[in-house]
Design a protein. Structure first.
Length: 135
């Protein structure tokens, strides 16, 4: 899996090397090790197949993009819930899916002026029930 992270000054590419269910919040799940979560990160998840990632703490990024037919499952493991703050853009490309699973609350906080372009699918699943947001 490739997570592309960049800042306004310099771009960085981090390769996801976490196993199924590994934590997005852990810098050790990236190669090279990522130095925390910043509001300048541009993250692209483009595995082209299924990926399951846990979120054990709050995260910040400038741009989060799910692409290349990736079926991403995000599972909150933080008691009381976790938050992903997006400063600029949430994108889910056509053919890609992001599903938030589990009983704990996962909040996506969009900064003022941030946009969401959902051309694929955004789903939620909890206790066996699911809801889908398409286009």
């Amino acid at each position: 899996y490739t997570f592309v992270c960049s800042t306004d000054v310099k771009s960085y590419v981090y390769k996801w090397n976490g196993s199924k269910g590994a934590d997005l919040s852990s810098s050790n799940n990236f190669y090279p090790a990522k130095s925390g979560s910043t509001s300048n990160d541009r993250i692209t998840i483009d595995a082209g197949d299924s990926a399951e990632v846990t979120v054990g703490s709050n995260n910040n990024c400038k741009h989060l993009k799910i692409a290349e037919g990736t079926e991403l499952k995000l599972r909150c493991t933080k008691a009381g819930g976790a938050k992903i703050v997006i400063d600029s853009m949430l994108e889910i490309d056509s053919g890609a899916t992001m599903t938030v699973v589990g009983a704990d609350t996962m909040t996506f906080e969009m900064a003022p002026g941030a946009k969401a372009h959902i051309r694929g699918h955004f789903n939620t699943e909890s206790d066996g029930s699911s809801k889908t947001k398409e286009k």
